[in-house]
Structures are given as C-alpha cells and as structure tokens.
Design a protein around this ligand. Structure first.
Ligand code: ZN
Length: 405
C-alpha cells in the first residue's frame, strides 16, 4: 500500500455572500473530490491547534509529523533549502530582498521595483567573509535571495533589518537575546549589510535599470533568521520512502528539510496558472517508486489572499479535474486537505479548521457524500490535529508498527 497526501494550500474558507453563503469549495463543482469523500472517511483538521492561525511553514511541519514547536527555527531555513542551497548544522539562514532606499536609508521600494532577477547582484555578494563568517548568497525567485551565514559562534536570535513598511528607515540588526552569540551575530550582520550596500549600489545592472526608468537595487533586506538544527528525516521517523511534488520554494524547502526527494514536474509553477494535471499524473507514476508522495498545490491560497473567491472556486474545480488523473489507481491511501484556511473575506490565513478526506481500500466509509467544510464536519474522523494525519494514513496503509506486544 502506498500513500498520496495532497495539500491544497489555504483551502478552507468562510461563507461567501455572492455564493449564497457557500464557501468556494462548497460552491465549486468537484465530482472527483466528492467521489473520494463518498467512498472514504472525512473530518475536520486543526493543523496546529484549535484557533491557531498557522503559517504555511509551521502548518506543513505539523501535518508531515514534525511538531513545529520542536522543529521550527525560522522561515529562512526553508527558503534557502527551497532554492537548492545546502545549509549545514550551525549555519544561520535568511530570506532576503533586493530593495531601493534613498540617501537617508528610507525605503522607497521593498522589492526594488519588482526586480525580476537577482543573480547579477547575488553573484557579487556570494563568498564575502567578515570576522571569520562566510556569507553564501544565491538568487531566489523575482526580487528574492537566500543567504546563509556560516562560521563559529552564530545563532538565529537576531531581529530583521527590514521595517516591512515603505517610507521607514532600514533598521540596524539587533540581538533578540542578551547572549554573546546573539550580539556577535548582530555585529557581523551589520558589517555584512554595510558592505552589501556598497556592492549592490555599484552593480552595473543599476545603470541599465536607471536608463530604462527602473528603480536601482541598492539595499539588501534580511529577515526570518533561522539557526540550522540537525536536518530531519521523514523516512527515518516513519519508515517510508518519500517524494515531494511542489512548485513553490517553501514547500520544496520543507520537503528537503525532511530528506524527501524532489520530483520535478514541468509546468508546476506554484501559481494559479500551474499545471495541476501534470502534477497528479506524475504522482501516480512516482507512487510506483515511493511509499509516500506529498503533493502541494499553492493556487488556492494565492487566490484566497487576493480575496478572489470566484477565482479560488474555479481553481478548486481545476484541481478536481486534475484529481481525475488518479482514476484506476490501486493499493493507495489518498488524503486531500489543506494547511490552513485562507478566507477570501480576510485575505489572510485563519485558524478555521480544514476539511480532510481519506480514501482507500478497507476504510470505514462514513455517511458524508461530498468534500466541503461543513459536510466533513459530520465525518467519521471527527476533528483531528495535523500531527495525527500521517499516523492515521500509515495505519490505514497497513504499515503501522505494533505498540506493545
Ligand atoms: Zn499555506
């Protein structure tokens, strides 16, 4: 028996007036999801805990069986892993943006006019060494970069230099704790940022940008400092060989943190334009090789954050069609859920629980006939916690280890 866990990011929602009080999922035509729910077991899931508004990073750790209170050190780690960098235990990782500031250090644009490619800048920053600490810098998507600080005496207890507000002055990095390591890390960071400012301002790319009326990239904003603990292994913890199919960097990063193989799919972009069908096709194929496939779809969350309830509903219909690719799949426990709700009315994550369905051979089928927030509330799984999901799936796949004798 194999396991396929599909996470539709930000799936859950609240009643939408123009849908007559239905949610985008309830309004969408989802014959394939309904069929899976009808022949499976359903319920609601709080990914971290009741009423907790999860970030996508912490929610995924929890759902994949690694409690964030134990394993989460910050977003920066998943960011650098997601763009293919190789952090080591003891490093500190950051998410970074190229930004535009004026002479006094006030932020004009946090994304340097939505600069599309940071590689000419990252190349010149990569390898700088300050007080024995080496900085590794790689381009991410659009205006983003990943930064790793490597060397002795570092820690992740430092604040961002990013005030997150246009018109405010960039901040000096401050230690977030009164420890020698935090003070040292902040000192090195400030030296790096001063040097980085000098280097990026001088980049010939800025001359070209100015000529075409674009904002220069003359500052580096860093945030989400994360100390690298020991990298974990999903396979070691659960005894399952696992692969991940995802377009978004964060999800690839979480998967790499857990030692999962990344399975690349053409057209998997992590945007609403993604080729979901290709992802499910590939998942079906990959299940021949792997015991567990984690398939992530981002578009639901993006459209929820845009407040685009019609778009979210249509995107769910597109996902449902793609799930049709699983037709004829055998010996597989299929689970579909989300990582948190992203109600269109809030344009943000919320702590509302998510519908969850599990389908597969031998499952105690419940009376629920469709996949929706309210329908699943009366399902046989009742209300579970994110951390319960993988153990439930392993049990249903007949792979659970006997506890006791
Ligand atoms: Zn999410």
């Amino acid at each position: 028996m194999k396991i396929l866990l599909t996470i539709l990011d930000g799936l859950g929602d609240r009643p939408v007036k123009e849908f007559g009080g239905l949610t985008p999922l309830e309004k969408a035509k989802t014959p394939n999801l309904n069929k899976l729910a009808k022949n499976g077991i359903t319920g609601l899931m709080d990914t971290i805990g009741r009423g907790i508004r999860p970030g996508s990073d912490t929610a995924h750790l929890s759902i994949l069986g690694f409690p964030p209170e134990k394993y989460y050190t910050g977003r920066g780690l998943f960011e650098v892993l997601g763009i293919g960098m190789n952090p080591r235990k003891g490093d500190v990782c950051f998410r970074a943006n190229l930004a535009t500031v004026d002479k006094s250090g006030k932020i004009i644009d946090r994304r340097a006019g939505r600069i599309g490619d940071t590689s000419p800048y990252a190349k010149k920053l990569n390898g700088i060494t300050i007080n024995g600490i080496k900085f590794l810098v790689q381009p991410g998507t659009a205006h983003r970069m990943g930064i790793i600080a490597r060397g002795k005496g570092l820690c992740g207890d430092v604040a961002d230099n990013d005030p997150h507000i246009v018109g405010k002055k960039v901040l000096a990095v401050k230690p977030a704790k009164n420890t020698r390591q935090a003070k040292f890390t902040a000192k090195v960071m400030n030296k790096f940022l001063a040097k980085a400012k000098e280097i990026v301002s001088k980049n010939p790319e800025n001359v070209r940008r100015k000529k075409s009326g674009k904002l220069p990239a003359n500052y580096v904003l860093m945030r989400g400092a994360a100390f690298v603990p020991k990298l974990e292994s999903f396979e070691k913890k659960f005894g399952l060989r696992a692969g991940c199919i995802a377009g978004g960097g964060l999800y690839k990063g979480v998967a790499r943190f857990l030692g999962m193989d990344l399975i690349n799919v053409r057209g998997a972009t992590g945007t609403p334009a993604t080729n979901v069908r290709a992802k499910f096709k590939e998942a079906k194929k990959a299940l021949k090789k792997y015991d567990f496939i984690f398939l992530h779809v981002k578009g639901t969350d993006t459209l929820g954050e845009d407040g685009n309830c019609r778009g979210k509903m249509k995107f769910i219909e597109k996902d449902d069609l793609a799930i049709g690719e699983l037709k004829g799949i055998k010996n597989t426990v299929i689970a579909v859920t989300g990582d948190h709700s992203t109600p269109c009315s809030l344009k943000a994550h919320s702590g509302d629980p998510l519908p969850v369905l599990i389908n597969g051979p031998g499952i105690r089928v419940d009376a629920v006939k469709e996949f929706g927030e309210r329908a699943c509330a009366s399902g046989g799984l009742q209300r579970i916690n994110g951390g319960d999901l993988v153990p439930e799936l392993i049990n249903l796949a007949g792979k659970a280890v006997l506890y006791g004798d």
